[in-house]
Design a protein around this ligand. Structure first.
Ligand code: C2E
Ligand code: CA
Ligand code: CA
Length: 548
């Protein structure tokens, strides 16, 4: 990077020097012309005629011409001197600006990475970073046959604190708790905020349960002094659950899940600190039960996929449908992804879930193709799946099994997903590209986008987040953002989809802004495959068998 900057500077410098030297040469030529004219005039005025002898005489006898004769040399030297100075000054300015821009880019990228891996309220690592550290600690511990511990801490009755004192004061307490926990730990230990009032602690080097007990006691001591908030003094208690590797589990998901079970057991048994034991499995929270049920539903392929069309704004044709997962739960009814995807992401179930959604979608595409509807499908990909080196192979297998052309599949990946581990994400993304599977940046605008690297991503589409689109008719800022994103995408040679199109007015604005594709309730809600066809056939949108 540095040497390429130096190279560019050298090229720029010599370019500038050559330009300045050109003007010095013009100066020399003008000076010679002046000498020639002056010599001619002196010869003519003094001898009455212009001849070689008279010209030589003028040059020898006229003092003013001698001075004039020096001019080309002075011009040449002066021109060279000025050109070198100018070129180096300009070069230095360019170098200064380049390194300043580069420094700014590094700061912004660090900020983006920090945002994706840290909790914005407490500045502690978030779940993603904790799991990453846990994974590394586990591989070291299994290599060295040593122990490690994880503690999950949940504040007691925090909901009441939040409800009675307000969220602002609740946040103040969470920040104080974070600072106290961090202060009580050794440098090598990590504390993370898992969400809400739940924290986790990773102790990568512990020799025995005794070590963990000592640290738990220190943490409890740290939380003991009253908290001061909004002029009030409050006591906050917490429940601690802990697990040891390898005693209570060998892999990250089991350990995290069991640490939570232990924490719930501590809450139920009104004990402040408990190690996991099989007998506490009955204390699994509703969430854990739901997770076990989700695992079963995936194994038995009982998830459903709804499809939401994406239409070409110019032609009104449905070009693709987005696969959106649904779970028909025997007790809770139809569950939306927001109710189970975050959990599936935390526990690692998301990989199996995505494989199932992909399979169901490709199967449906094969059915549609048989009926003459040659439509593409887009599938949502979470961070874990993008970082899973096996997923591209699973996709290759499914494409072959259902005879779907890879060009007909698009993967929707959010910016934040890519930022978590950019290098690994890019590796997988280039694999998809080599397979001719297209990619879209989903929820564009909500994460932090480093525009500098956007151009290097092997993606086909930017999908503007619905939070900017839905109200763009009455919100000027939103409209400006949508306009800029459309222009940016087109400049980069990418297609743009606007999601969350709910009204005719928004669609009209998008048409004027030259947006390519629209998706939203105006066109259709996500629907089961069979309903989609009948719904679209009653609309003005074209979802018709392609002419073969
Ligand atoms: P997303 O990828 O941003 O999907 C768009 C969401 O917006 C969908 O919610 C869709 O029903 C909703 N939507 C569509 N048109 C409109 C509209 O005009 N107005 C409004 N207000 N909303 C609209 P849904 O189906 O509940 O999905 C929520 C999120 O769950 C998705 O957001 C996606 O991130 C995730 N998700 C869904 N299916 C999967 C999946 O198979 N795998 C993964 N990893 N995530 C999924
Ligand atoms: Ca999506
Ligand atoms: Ca989206």
């Amino acid at each position: 990077m540095e040497s390429s900057a130096a190279q560019t500077l050298n090229i720029t410098t010599s370019l500038l020097k050559s330009r300045a030297s050109k003007h010095a040469v013009y100066g020399v030529l003008i000076a010679f012309s002046c000498i020639a004219i002056a010599t001619l005039m002196v010869a003519y005025l003094e001898k009455g005629a212009v001849s070689l002898d008279n010209l030589l005489y003028a040059q020898k006898s006229n003092f003013a011409l001698w001075v004039l004769d020096l001019m080309p040399f002075i011009f040449a030297l002066w021109g060279q001197y000025v050109s070198s100075i100018m070129a180096y000054q300009a070069g230095a300015m360019i170098l200064d600006q380049t390194s300043e821009l580069r420094a700014q880019a590094v700061v912004l990228e660090e900020k983006a990475f920090h945002g994706a891996t840290h909790d914005s309220l407490t500045e502690l690592p978030n779940r993603i970073l904790l799991l990453d550290r846990l994974q590394q600690a586990l591989s070291i511990a299994s290599r060295q046959q040593s122990k490690l511990a994880i503690m999950v801490i949940d504040l007691d009755n925090f909901k009441e604190v939040n409800d009675s004192l307000g969220h602002f004061n609740g946040d103040v307490i969470l920040k104080q708790v974070a600072a106290r926990l961090q202060g009580a730990l050794r440098n090598l230990d990590s504390v993370a905020r898992l969400g809400g009032d739940e924290f986790a602690i990773l102790l990568p080097e512990v020799a025995s349960e005794q070590d963990v007990n000592i640290i738990a006691r220190k943490l409890q001591q740290a939380l003991k002094p009253s908290f001061q908030v909004g002029g009030l003094t409050l006591d906050i208690n917490a429940s601690f659950g802990a697990v040891l590797f390898p005693d209570h589990g060998n892999d990250m998901d089991t350990l995290m899940q069991r640490a939570e079970v232990a924490m719930y057991a501590a809450k139920k048994e009104k004990s402040s600190f408990i190690y996991y034991d099989k007998k506490y499995d009955q204390y699994s929270s509703k969430r854990l039960t739901l997770m076990a049920e989700l695992r079963q539903a995936i194994d038995q392929k009982r998830l459903t996929v709804f499809f939401q069309p994406k239409v070409d704004i110019e032609t009104g044709r449905v070009v693709e449908v987005e696969a959106l997962v649904r779970w028909q739960h025997p007790e809770h009814g139809l569950l939306l992804p927001d109710e189970f995807i975050p959990m599936a992401e935390r526990t690692g179930l998301i990989t199996a879930l995505t494989a199932l959604v992909t399979e169901l979608s490709l199967k449906q595409m094969a059915v549609w193709k048989q009926e003459g509807y040659d439509v593409g499908v887009t599938i949502n990909i979470s961070a874990r799946v993008l970082l899973d080196p096996q997923f591209p192979d699973t996709l290759i297998g499914l494409l072959a099994a259902y005879r779907v052309e890879p060009e007909k599949v698009m993967l929707e990946i959010t910016e934040t997903t890519i930022m978590i581990d950019r290098e690994r994400a890019l590796e997988t993304m280039f694999r998809f590209k080599d397979m001719s599977v297209r990619m879209s940046i989903d929820d564009f605008g909500t994460g932090y986008s480093s525009l500098a690297y956007l151009k290097d991503l092997p993606v086909h589409e930017l999908k503007i987040d619905k939070s900017f689109v839905t109200d763009m008719c009455c919100n000027r800022d939103d409209a400006v953002i949508v306009k800029i994103v459309i222009e940016l995408a087109h400049q980069l040679g990418l297609q743009v989809t606007a999601e969350g199109v709910e009204t005719d007015d928004v669609l009209k604005m998008l048409t004027e802004l030259d947006c390519d594709i629209a998706q939203g309730y105006l066109i259709s809600k996500p629907l089961p495959a069979d309903e989609l066809i009948s719904c679209l056939s009653n609309s003005s949108w074209q979802f018709t068998p392609s002419i073969q």
